[in-house]
Design a protein around this ligand. Structure first.
Ligand SMILES: Nc1nc2c(c(=O)[nH]1)N[C@H]1C(S)=C(S)[C@@H](COP(=O)(O)O)O[C@H]1N2
Ligand SMILES: [Mo]
Length: 523
């Protein structure tokens, strides 16, 4: 085939730009960050010596960044075409192009301000896309070359019969795959643009929002035991665990947000963001748990939430006496079923607008989510909530209950050891150990620890002002040099002692005692 050289270069180019498209899309969807290409452009600007940069700006004006991105795209385009040529020699040869490019993109993305490990994910996705697309595209070329070593033949049709030759069929499949990949990449690029623009805009709105009536959190002194290394009593929003089923978190402008409360009520309510702000806000500390948290696991956090009490809204709507559930629906279609009883008798069950004194982060439900103390998130803490139907459990099923999880989801009494960490080291002698314990809505009465299978001994606990949060605990234990094991258990204010029976998270939350192995070194 005469067009062979061209075909291999085209394969490299199409695969290359497909990788840029997927990485761009992931970057837009995942964060408000720039794509890896723009990150490279920014680092280039940052590393350019001042005088050179000034010269560039004076020549190019304010288009300097656009021009730079265009230049980078042309350069990587040439490299992609070259990678296609290399693929003709050996399947692994294009790695000489792709690996350095990925390293460059990853380095630029990680060098951005406030970057985390997650920022290299778009680059990784792009890299995998390169490999997959290039092998999809070069496979027909390779097939043709093998079947027909004289494939350079200018006449692709078998001169004897009129049957298409292997070369013709391979070329057809090459063209089809190339077109499909190019079209998918273009579509993904366009989608990334829409997603990125929407999210950026909402992020900006959120940043400029001032919420009257929202107070900054002040951690109550008695809420802490003052032991280094245990989880901070208030979990900062950016360290708060994040669980949801979305690929792209909904980006909702507060002015576009509306919540409809309907179903078994006397009066249907439709409330806007401003309506909520115009009400008296309730505020409180509430610890949120995920039902998927294994014993001792990290899927729990404690925050200061500000919002509108659900009980008030429900009273206004006039709930029928035979209703027992709320079916909550998120903007992304996720649903959960919440027992009504948990909402009407708790002043901190709310439609939350703020977390730790700031408007909710987008990933935690901006502009409005539900918070209900004492229930696992999957039955209550609907993020991006837009619809609440007052109903009966017998009338519906929700996202997770359809998948085998329990219907009601009360949080189970539990406790966790933070210090020492599993496999950690302490110095021998009298050691301070500690962690957290929770029995939301009921409260923690006591925490005990047992060293090396010995007797339970009491720990001190902190005394937060509410029973809706975790407490911190600390204890002093005498440890000889060597290996040890420590367990913890809590007792709630109803006298219930945390069970040692080990259960899996499915269907309604794990049980058992958190147990940590550590070693003590002679000091
Ligand atoms: N819209 C929506 N809301 C949701 C979920 C979800 O998948 N979609 N997951 C729930 C689950 S399982 C938990 S544990 C909490 C987690 O809230 P966070 O991500 O703010 O920590 O959100 C709940 N709200
Ligand atoms: Mo969860």
């Amino acid at each position: 085939m005469r067009t062979y050289r061209g075909a291999w270069s085209t394969a490299g180019l199409v695969a290359g730009f497909a990788g840029l498209a997927t990485s761009y899309f992931v970057a837009m969807a995942m964060t408000i960050r720039d794509s890896p290409v723009v990150a490279v452009a920014e680092q280039t600007i940052r590393l350019t010596p001042g005088p050179v940069a000034e010269k560039a700006i004076s020549v190019l004006g304010h288009h300097d960044k656009t021009v730079l991105v265009a230049v980078i795209l042309v350069l990587v385009g040439l490299l992609f075409a070259w990678a296609g040529q290399l693929a003709a020699r050996a399947w692994w040869a294009p790695l000489f192009v792709f690996v350095p490019l990925a390293v460059l993109g990853g380095a630029a993305a990680s060098a951005q301000r406030g970057a985390s490990g997650l920022d290299v994910l778009p680059v990784a996705v792009g890299f995998v896309t390169w490999l997959i697309c290039l092998s999809l595209l070069t496979e027909p070329l390779r097939r043709a070359a093998l079947a027909d070593p004289v494939a350079a033949s200018p006449d692709p049709v078998d001169p004897v019969g009129r049957r298409p030759t292997v070369a013709v069929r391979s070329r057809r499949s090459f063209l089809l795959r190339g077109a499909a990949i190019a079209a998918a990449a273009a579509a993904l690029g366009a989608a990334g643009r829409v997603v990125g623009r929407g999210r950026r805009h909402v992020e900006e709105t959120r940043r400029l929002l001032r919420l009257p009536g929202v107070n900054s959190p002040v951690v109550p002194t008695r809420a802490r035991v003052g032991l280094d290394g245990i989880s901070p009593w208030m979990t900062p929003a950016d360290e708060f665990y994040k669980i949801d089923t979305t690929i792209v978190a909904p980006a909702i402008e507060p002015v576009d947000w509306q919540l409809r409360i309907h179903g078994m009520v006397d009066r249907e309510l439709v409330v806007s963001y401003q309506d909520l702000l115009d009400r008296r806000l309730t505020e409180g500390w509430v610890t949120l748990n995920c039902v998927s948290n294994p014993v001792g696991g990290p899927l729990i956090g404690n925050a200061w939430w500000s919002g509108v009490r659900l009980a008030d809204l429900l009273r206004e709507a006039g709930v029928h006496p035979d209703a027992d559930a709320l079916k909550q629906t998120s903007d992304d279609g996720w649903t959960c079923g919440t027992p009504l009883s948990a909402l009407t008798d708790n002043q901190h069950a709310m439609l939350a607008l703020a977390m730790n004194g700031e408007p909710l982060p987008i990933d935690h439900g901006f502009p409005v989510r539900t918070i209900v103390p004492g229930l696992y998130g999957y039955v209550s803490a609907c993020k991006w909530v837009v619809d609440i139907e007052v109903t009966q459990f017998s009338q519906f099923s929700a996202y997770w209950t359809e998948r085998g999880w329990g219907e009601r989801g009360p949080v189970k009494l539990s406790s966790r050891i933070d210090v020492p960490a599993s496999g950690g080291e302490l110095s021998a002698g009298t050691a301070r150990i500690g962690g957290v314990a929770w029995a939301q809505h009921v409260g923690i009465e006591a925490v005990e620890v047992a060293l090396d299978g010995g007797d339970w001994q009491p720990a001190e606990i902190s005394h937060p002002p509410t029973d809706d949060t975790w407490v911190q605990w600390a204890a002093s234990v005498d440890v000889a040099p060597g290996d040890h094991v420590v367990r913890v258990r809590a007792t709630d204010k109803h006298g219930l002692v945390q069970t040692g029976v080990e259960r899996e998270v499915l269907p309604d939350g794990a049980t058992g005692w958190h147990t940590v192995d550590f070693s003590a070194s002679a000091s």
